[in-house]
Design a protein around this ligand. Structure first.
Ligand SMILES: [Zn+2]
Ligand SMILES: [Zn+2]
Length: 426
């Protein structure tokens, strides 16, 4: 044991063969304090990685679990570690002050099958969880008693909670986000959000701006502006693959989204974004008036061949291919990649409007969980390759992710790449 070395990694790794898509167990390092960096390893084991005086990470705890671990929640104030297991149980531990020991506290028989998400709410002494059994449940962490439950429409893969108003957000594989109001022993359905064409894979709640972010297998992130009270939902398109993890840095107003292809997008949410327009319906091009192919009457009358219908992403007008031959990014509408726009919108978009509002990075692994410590610029990613990377982002709006720490099994490796000279160090 090395005293005085308080930096540690609690990390979670996955069982050998993740069972399909996004069902890989979670890294839920809740928050990083006093320079502590926590992660947990599970293959039916829990590992705590401690940064030693030498600067190297070594496991200080190696704890065998009765069933493979599927998710976790760590509360730094109480050093309480809640671990969800494949058999539906939630096991709770308290870590010792020096992080060299973990003491079992209690078990909750929370679900019939694998626990998919856990959230420990210190203020209310509640443990919230969702399971493969399509149940959302909450337990009292003092008495260990189940307080209530709710059946979700599909298996949940995103869980967030607003302590102040006691609203819980549950994102599921059907693409829906369910919002429930929790009381001590019952809950009421407030509303549901439907905006994704694929399953919801991750949720992130900002209690200050009162904004919910949902990531989906449809490659997009939607920002649901609840605090704005105008029903605004803004789409963010910056991934070429499933979005699998989200993290939000409140004080810098940056959203970090991670994709199945290893892409990390750091979104500047401190800009005024615009909603995308509704697509307009028309039987002929709203620019050149040529009929679309189903408009037989006009085709006959004007002796013209019908055209395919497209839509301008900026104005929403129904246009033909000829009138929308150009492409442009529209970052303030969330389109970081080039999309179809009509010719007049293309002319109207200024270079300023084309300035990117996000930066793009490649983590080179299939990220399933992410945690961002904005104060230090540290990004923790864990992937299906059973590697955990700690990536330092040198400047807040920088283009770079450098200096990686890789953790795999019981070994570690530091890869340092010097940042470009014009970048600030953290
Ligand atoms: Zn046209
Ligand atoms: Zn247009």
């Amino acid at each position: 044991m090395v005293r005085g070395s308080r930096r540690l990694l609690v990390k979670e790794l996955h069982r050998d063969k993740p069972r399909g898509g996004a069902k890989v167990p979670g890294l839920r390092a809740d928050s990083l304090r006093r320079g502590n960096l926590r992660r947990l390893v599970c293959e039916g084991t829990v590992r705590v990685w401690l940064k030693r005086d030498s600067g190297q990470y070594w496991p200080s705890i190696y704890h065998a679990m009765p069933s493979p671990c599927s998710c976790m929640s760590f509360n730094p104030e109480t050093r309480r570690l809640s671990i969800g297991l494949d058999n539906g149980t939630i096991s709770e531990f308290i870590l010792s002050e020096d992080y060299n020991k973990m003491t079992p506290v209690k078990n909750y028989q929370a679900h019939q099958s694998r626990v998919t998400m856990i959230l420990f709410v210190l203020e209310l002494e509640w443990v919230l969880s969702t399971g493969q059994d399509k149940q959302f449940a909450w337990h009292c962490s003092e008495s260990g008693q189940r307080l209530g439950g709710y059946r979700t429409s599909a298996v949940a893969s995103g869980l967030q909670f607003d302590v102040e108003t006691r609203h819980v957000f549950i994102g599921d594989h059907s693409g829906q986000v369910t919002i429930l109001k929790l009381e001590q022993e019952n809950c009421t359905l407030v509303t549901t959000f439907r905006g994704h064409t694929g399953g919801v894979t991750a949720l992130c709640w900002d209690p200050v701006q009162r904004v919910l972010f949902s990531g989906s297998s449809d490659h997009s992130v939607i920002m649901w502006d609840i605090g704005g009270r105008k029903g605004t939902a803004i789409e963010l398109q910056g991934h070429n693959d499933k979005v699998q993890a989200l993290s939000y840095a409140q004080h810098t107003r940056q959203l970090i989204s991670c994709g199945g292809d290893g892409g990390i997008v750091v979104w500047n949410m401190d800009v005024e974004r615009q909603e995308t327009p509704e697509w307009l319906d028309s039987d002929s091009c709203q620019k050149c008036d040529q009929p679309f192919f189903w408009n037989f009457k006009q085709m006959w009358d004007s002796k013209k061949i019908g055209l395919r219908q497209h839509h301008c992403r900026k104005c929403g007008k129904a246009v033909c291919g000829k009138c929308s031959s150009k492409r442009s990014s529209i970052p303030l509408m969330g389109f970081e990649f080039e999309v179809r726009v009509c010719d007049s919108c293309h002319e109207a978009i200024t270079d300023e409007e084309r300035a990117p509002t996000a930066t793009f990075h490649d983590s080179k692994h299939n990220i399933v969980h992410v945690h961002f410590d904005a104060t230090r610029g540290w990004l923790l990613t864990s992937g299906t390759d059973k590697v955990i990377k700690s990536i330092v982002i040198y400047a807040l709006h920088s283009q770079c992710c450098y200096s990686h720490v890789l953790l795999r099994g019981e070994s570690w490796k530091t890869i340092s790449v010097d940042p470009p000279a014009d970048f600030l160090t953290p």
